[in-house]
Design a binder for this molecule. Structure first.
Ligand SMILES: [Zn+2]
Length: 210
């Protein structure tokens, strides 16, 4: 799937997210880029999933501003596994997406806006796996827009979700991600079942095994 082209006269659609907060002074053309990324990511998601996120978006600049955002939201140990957190994070409690615009690629916007439509009832590791799986799927033909990710992201999140997708298919996985449809977990392979464990068990187990 490609990034939809914007019409030459097209206005920037910001009516889908509740609000956009900019914590820093941004040059106009940089702001234009930010809005285009958000707009396009929303379009890609709406086209593929049929919904858009209603999460607020916060735009910041530099590692220090991002660090403050991460620290002020730190609640649970799993956050340390969020590799992209230095660039972008999604806060499910406050329904906010925070993006560091000076380093974020289109794929970071896409990844977090996908997080914004994933059912809150899923475990953190399952949400991360689903967000990564669909980020990669939707950027298959334009890989350069992808966030870079280390191999543990592959092992921990992407591989088991890929396996799940092979069993239930992408269409059902999409519905399941949005919170529609129920999965019979005990019929799934053990490593896929782990995605459904309570977060503290899951991460304790992973720490123990590594
Ligand atoms: Zn993520």
């Amino acid at each position: 799937m490609m990034i939809p082209k914007r019409s030459a006269t097209g206005d920037i659609l910001m009516n889908t997210n509740k609000s956009l907060t900019v914590l820093t002074d941004i040059p106009t053309e940089e702001m234009q880029k930010v809005l285009t990324f958000i707009d396009n990511a929303n379009l890609v998601i709406a086209e593929y999933f049929g919904v858009r996120t209603s999460f607020d978006i916060v735009i910041c600049h530099g590692s220090w501003e991002m660090e403050i955002q991460v620290i002020s939201r730190r609640r649970e140990p799993p956050l340390q596994y969020d590799d992209t957190k230095s660039v972008a994070i999604t806060d499910y409690h406050l329904k906010e997406i925070i993006i560091r615009y000076d380093v974020a690629k289109f794929g970071h916007y896409l990844h977090e806006l996908i997080h914004g439509i994933i059912s809150k009832n899923h475990s953190q590791q399952l949400r991360e796996g689903l967000a990564w799986y669909f980020t990669l799927k939707l950027t298959e033909r334009c890989r350069y827009v992808r966030p870079s990710y280390p191999s543990w992201i592959d092992n921990l999140y992407i591989y088991p979700v890929k396996k799940l997708a092979q069993i239930i298919g992408d269409d059902f996985l999409k519905d399941f991600m949005l919170g529609k449809g129920v999965l019979q977990e005990d019929a799934l392979p053990p490593d896929v079942q782990e995605l459904f464990l309570p977060e503290e068990f899951y991460y304790a187990k992973k720490r123990y095994n590594n």
